[in-house]
Design a protein around this ligand. Structure first.
Ligand SMILES: [Zn+2]
Length: 293
């Protein structure tokens, strides 16, 4: 039976129907989400173990390939205008993107729910990284030229509130850039409930190009473009992920994966634009528009 719930994309009360793997889909706009969030303690969900085993096999061990992906993000951002001024990254993790971005921006600021990650970003790279819930932080209005969220909105309990706040922090010509998995991608449609991006409660929201654009426009943004953002993975991480996921291939290679390394990848990072679930991630660029009254 359809339930009525507030849909964060189309707003207001909308009938919902069961969708993939315990998710719900809005009958009005087709947005897919996970609603059992009342008991989730988000600060506990993203401790150090999240980046080293719980979700990522070893986040910091992927530094070289993550940085390569981040430099590619910057190149794609630059095609929409010069990289300069002040930048805020929501969900900055260990600060790899901030460290790359500060070559272009005069000020870079990061926020992350993980206190461990933000601390490392400050201590290792010396960047301004704040730990905590972005929705409770205060920054002066119109103080950033660019806001970025790399694979972050799918984790947020209230992504629409974060994006609305980001809107208020952008200068009038400011831009927001973000990535997330694309539920409308061929890979997602092919794999259905087995799509690798579907794993509540860390991933709560499953946008398509259509639903993300609808949300951003409702919040007062103007859409400038949607692109695919390639991600690079080290061979090391591919092996580690296989090991974590178990099964025949994983079991065979498990002994080769160190328990919790903090070293650089052991193999040359190789682009995998076609080999990972993230290939469908749309790279979305929107410019701040006049907010709706
Ligand atoms: Zn809806």
């Amino acid at each position: 039976m359809a339930t009525i719930a507030d849909c964060l994309v189309c707003g207001g009360s909308s009938p919902q129907r069961p969708a993939l793997a315990g998710l719900e889909q809005c009958e009005r706009c087709a947005f897919v989400t996970y609603r059992e969030t009342a008991s989730i303690d988000f600060s506990k969900l993203y401790g150090a173990e999240y980046f080293h085993g719980a979700s990522y096999a070893d986040y910091t061990g992927q530094e070289a390939s993550l940085r390569r992906s981040m430099r590619q993000h910057l190149r794609q951002m630059e095609s929409f205008g010069p990289l300069r001024g002040s930048l805020l990254e929501i969900g900055c993790a260990y600060g790899f993107f901030l460290d790359e971005a500060r070559r272009h921006f005069s000020r870079v600021v990061g926020v992350d729910i993980s206190a461990d990650a933000a601390k490392d970003a400050r201590e290792i790279f010396g960047v301004e990284a704040h730990a905590g819930d972005f929705s409770r932080m205060s920054f002066p209005p119109a103080s950033f030229d660019v806001v970025c969220l790399w694979d972050t909105i799918e984790h947020l309990k209230s992504p629409h509130d974060y994006l609305a706040k980001a809107h208020s922090l952008l200068t009038p010509a400011g831009r927001i850039f973000l990535t997330t998995g694309d539920l409308g991608s061929w890979n997602a449609r092919l794999r259905g409930a087995r799509w690798r991006q579907i794993h509540p409660p860390t991933h709560l929201h499953y946008f398509s190009r259509k639903t993300l654009e609808a949300l951003l426009i409702r919040l007062g943004f103007e859409m400038l473009g949607v692109e695919t953002a390639p991600y690079y993975h080290s061979a090391y991480n591919v092996l580690a992920t296989l090991a974590m996921r178990g099964g025949r291939a994983g079991a065979a290679i498990r002994p080769r994966v160190p328990a919790r390394p903090r070293t650089r990848p052991t193999a040359t990072p190789r682009p995998r634009p076609g080999g990972d679930a993230r290939r469908g991630s749309p790279h979305r660029r929107v410019r701040r528009n006049t907010p709706h009254a």
